[in-house]
Design a protein around this ligand. Structure first.
Ligand SMILES: Cc1cc2nc3c(=O)[nH]c(=O)nc-3n(C[C@H](O)[C@H](O)[C@H](O)COP(=O)(O)OP(=O)(O)OC[C@H]3O[C@@H](n4cnc5c(N)ncnc54)[C@H](O)[C@@H]3O)c2cc1C
Length: 431
């Protein structure tokens, strides 16, 4: 009976180190983080990253055969939950999007020479990367239709197109651009992935887009989302990852485990938010009693705790299944947890803001910023509607249509029930 909810003691030690490290080295910086310039941050970031590397916890999402420590999804899920408690932890642990997904893609699709050039430096944190799929004038949720093209001209690919919402593209050293090279291969074998190094003529960074997370965007900062135009943008043939037409399948490599890690990071944030809610509830009084004694506030606390625990178990189970059976067997579940947990975290953040009142709405607490940043969850990485639709279709495949009454129609089942009853009576020796 192998049904075990305990963590191996050695790995629990690693997790405890992570909790202590994040609580003592990273969370204390939050109140001043925005005032630290990228140049001031760089050496301190490297110092913190070295400690994570020394502990063997750096870039932990890659399999050993792809150059990583090979923890598997369940351990990564446990790590992601801790990383999610503090937004800056992702960079310190080398699991920040979009680099992590890009590295998975390169690990699967790049040649040895391309890995030397882009994957290993990205994994070591020496270069950063962006991933450019979404376009302003086509639905990003449907990557079977891509307007950006790449055509071969001698020993170069020439890219023409328009992308937007490309995280880190204005600061990244390389951008992985998804472009159509094989229109005859639509819907799944039409696209390719090309590496465009920063500064390549013909790649114009139009702007960094203001968002809910950063309405007053400071241009050129990591974490921004850029609009890009490509016109006569030329890269050598060896800048294509995989073969022409492989782009769609390669892009899927970015997504599998990433959804588990997203979900667990959101749950780490949700738990920290619930801690803030509970502390406030036991500290402040209204109408003669603590907020914690008002039953509606108790409902918020109980509901939030229950939702977090249920979502954790669902995510852990999906991670366990992925380790046991592989990503292709859990495709619908990966979408299910992404769509479910993105709602749970927003609900918990929203209740925390409510219980903290005006303080919750203010930027004196970190929750309003988390709420604004995390609101991308139901949209990004495929909108939740799409994941729910895949899940529903997967479930429905297990059912066959019936003619006439449903299988469970009680009057129709009556003759069989009477016959069964007579048989059981006879077997029991009842006259
Ligand atoms: C913070 C942030 C960072 C991002 N980073 C990147 C990045 O680095 N690189 C990149 O390429 N993209 C990035 N994106 C873009 C993201 O991937 C897209 O926003 C997402 O795929 C949705 O595409 P869209 O915005 O064009 O919405 P659309 O495709 O126009 O969809 C809009 C809405 O329509 C509904 N809808 C769409 N399809 C269906 C369906 N089949 N069934 C039911 N309803 C549906 C959903 O409500 C959906 O939200 C980022 C987005 C955000 C917000």
């Amino acid at each position: 009976m192998a049904w075990d909810f305990e963590t191996d003691p050695e790995f629990e030690e690693q997790l405890q180190w992570m909790r202590d490290f994040i609580d003592s080295e990273l969370i204390p910086l939050e109140p001043i983080l925005r005032e630290i310039t990228p140049a001031e941050w760089a050496p301190v970031k490297a110092y913190l990253q070295e400690q994570v590397k020394a502990r063997g916890l750096w870039g932990a999402f890659l399999d050993p055969k792809l150059g990583g420590p090979g923890f598997g999804q369940l351990k990564l899920a446990l790590m992601s939950e801790i990383i999610g408690r503090c937004m800056m932890s992702m960079t310190i642990f080398g699991v920040q999007a979009p680099d992590s997904g890009n590295m998975e893609l390169l690990a699967h699709g790049a040649t040895d020479e391309q890995k030397e050039r882009w994957l290993w430096p990205n994994l070591r944190g020496e270069i950063s990367s962006a991933f450019a799929l979404t376009e302003p004038f086509l639905a990003g949720s449907d990557p079977t239709v891509i307007g950006t093209t790449a055509t071969r001209d001698g020993d170069e690919w020439v890219i023409e197109g328009h992308k937007w919402f490309i995280t880190n593209a204005s600061t990244a050293d390389i951008t992985l651009v998804v472009a159509e090279t094989n229109p005859e291969g639509r819907p799944h074998k039409h696209a390719s992935i090309l590496i465009v190094p920063a500064g390549t003529p013909g790649m114009e960074i139009v702007r960094d887009i203001g968002t809910m997370a950063h309405p007053d965007v400071v241009e050129g900062r990591p974490g921004n989302h850029a609009e890009l135009r490509f016109h006569d943008c030329r890269v050598p043939l060896d800048h294509m990852i995989g073969a022409p037409g492989d782009g769609f399948v390669l892009a899927q490599q970015r997504l599998g485990g990433g959804r588990i890690h997203h979900a667990m990071r959101w749950l780490g944030q949700a738990q920290r938010s619930l801690d803030i809610m509970c502390e406030r509830a036991v500290s402040r009084s209204s109408h003669g009693s603590l907020l914690a004694q008002h039953q509606m506030v108790q409902d918020y606390v109980a509901l939030s705790h229950t939702e977090i625990q249920a979502a954790r178990l669902l995510t852990f189970q999906t991670a366990w299944k992925m380790d046991k059976y592989g990503a292709s067997r859990v495709r619908a579940e990966l979408g299910m947890i992404k769509a479910h947990v993105s709602k749970v975290v927003l609900a918990v953040l929203d209740r925390t803001i409510q219980v903290c009142g005006a303080l919750g709405y203010s930027s004196d607490l970190p929750v309003e910023e988390w709420y604004r940043s995390t609101r991308f969850g139901p949209i990004g990485d495929g909108p939740d509607e799409l994941h729910k639709s895949v899940l529903a279709r997967t479930i429905l495949k297990g059912y066959t249509p019936v003619e006439g009454w449903p299988t469970e129609h009680l009057p129709s089942r009556r003759p069989a029930a009477e016959e069964k009853w007579r048989a059981l009576q006879a077997a029991a020796g009842v006259a």
